[in-house]
Design a protein. Sequence first.
Length: 202
Amino acid sequence: MSSLLLTAFSIASYIWLFESKEKIFNFLVEELIQLENCRGVVIIDENAEFYKFKDDKGIFNSDFLKYQPKCFCFVEKEKVISAPITSNSAIYVFLSEYDEESLQIFQDLFQVVRMACENLEFRMKKEEIVLALKKSLEHFQFLADKLRNPLAVILGALEIKNEIGVDKACALVEEGAKRIKRILDEITDHEVKVREISKFIF
């Protein structure tokens, strides 16, 4: 019991430091398989499987591995614990012996693991959003620079309208205004994209 509690505490402490689900799952499998009462650990994720066995008597052929659990459950006959970790991954722990207290520790531990994975997904999504917003800001700066050129043409044409004639000045102003409208349309399109990204933040 004390080794399970110590292992659970260790996992719950370190799991927050990992930067990928794969590292979390590998760490979890490596730590749990060292428990005396653990015969095998299997984590099935949408992209991979992580597992370790002390003995594989019927573990890999277990029907339980075919089903994604909706909540923490324990099947006494098989001595197997299963629990969801994320919406697309689950953990299965095959035990040699158990008691009610150890089951509660496993349940609490898997809840911490689930929260750490959710936290990791949130951090990764936040990094994606920050990167997208930085790119958007750079694009807005680029578009602002693009506005200066047609604006300079318009202002220049108005300054020298007497030398080049009103018709020529009006043509330059119209051409500059059309370019500005295209740039403003591009800014509007980009603004819509930024608003979509912002929905994830707020």
